[in-house]
Design a protein around this ligand. Sequence first.
Ligand SMILES: [Zn+2]
Length: 470
Amino acid sequence: MCISIISPDSCRQEREYIYNLVFSRFLGLEYVIDFSPTDDVRIVINELEISSPDIFLSQANENWLDKKSMSFEATPVYFSTEELLDTNSIPAWFYSTDALNTGKSSIPVYEQTNNLIDIKFDLFGSIFFLISRYEEAVCTSLDEYDRFPVIESLLYQNQLYLRPLVNEYLSILSKILTIQNTNLKLKQHNFGQVISCDIDWLFFPPVKSKTDILKFIAAQAFRNKSLLNPINNTLDILKSRIFGYRYDPYNTFELLLRRAEETGSELVFYLMSGDTDSKMDGNYSLSDKRFIEVVSQLAKCDNVSFGLHGSFDSYQSGPEIRRQKRALDNFFTKHNIDCSVKHYRQHYLRWNGLTTPDAITNAGLVHDSTLSFAETSGFRSSFCHEYPLYDLIGRRTLPVFETPLIVMDGSLLQPKYLGINSNTEAQDYIWSMKNQCIKYGGKFTLLWHNSSLLSELEKELFLGATKLSP
Ligand SMILES: [Zn+2]
């Protein structure tokens, strides 16, 4: 059975991108598009017709990437979804104003008259807006690392960054299609977990004096509320100086491997092969003996794959990322490791919505997993499934697929971010996101650095975050 989409004629590339994502990639349905001068999007399946107003794209078309295209209410309207989702209501920024004039205390997300279903908000424009990160491309405020700050996001301002809204929108459409007995077979999605580790610091930094040791013990004792663990770590540091890397506190790869095996998770290591800022980049090179040994050992394990961890200043440069990819590819060839680099994550999660997707594409990479909010973690593109990136300047679908990063250890632990120091509190926070990924059959991608498994709290948190049920 084929679906017809009668679609407004403006922003053709953006509409083709979003129809492909919704119908083909997510729902697994065939469709044809009929572009015509219409004010709404209409989906026709046999006798059934589903319509949704066209608000965002028709407005943005006039002022593409201009601040004027963001002139709408920052507070969304909540539509009642009781019959469709187990959340009572769903927020939307783009809707027809008629929808608000019903006089009812709650606005139903859709109304049905015979075979006509009228969705009250702009379903496709809303998905495009969220998943393309359009607001970031228009925003000029940046944080100390030139990143889009979470506080500038409509998701954060409305406390919606822990909800995968695109999944919720898609769920509404799926439920409507299911309850209308369309006999359509919708694609099923199964939950999966990815444990990823960015190797920034391969080994514990050289200890130059007793003061360094005392500072380390004090910091660890403060975090652990105990002296035992920091003293053991300190002994390991000293032992590693005498007996080698296997005692180094940052050599936690065995725990990462074991946990991935126990939980049936994919395990991805992102490796640095370039140095564009000696203060911010990692502390090893491709010729480091310890690095060669670690990667050679990891490569022998099932379920392990490798990606490039782009250096601090590479995030806007296709040629620089390409150079680093080539260096890592050459490293694998030289050491007889069967891997060609396709996966990418940017160091410090630096990302410019206008330039980074294009740079990654030009470097010849195929998968990225950078998008999360460093300060809080959460659903930066409001989605927990893989999707193709969109180039907002070139206005085209890119051949790079984003697997959104959902939780990063640093967001939870670093004092400048959430600075959580209770296991219970951190687990509640992690599981508020992970449960959503499970519910929607999405992918829960966790970033845990090998250098964040020193204290008992860090280990407890990691084990709790990687469990398969709460
Ligand atoms: Zn990094």
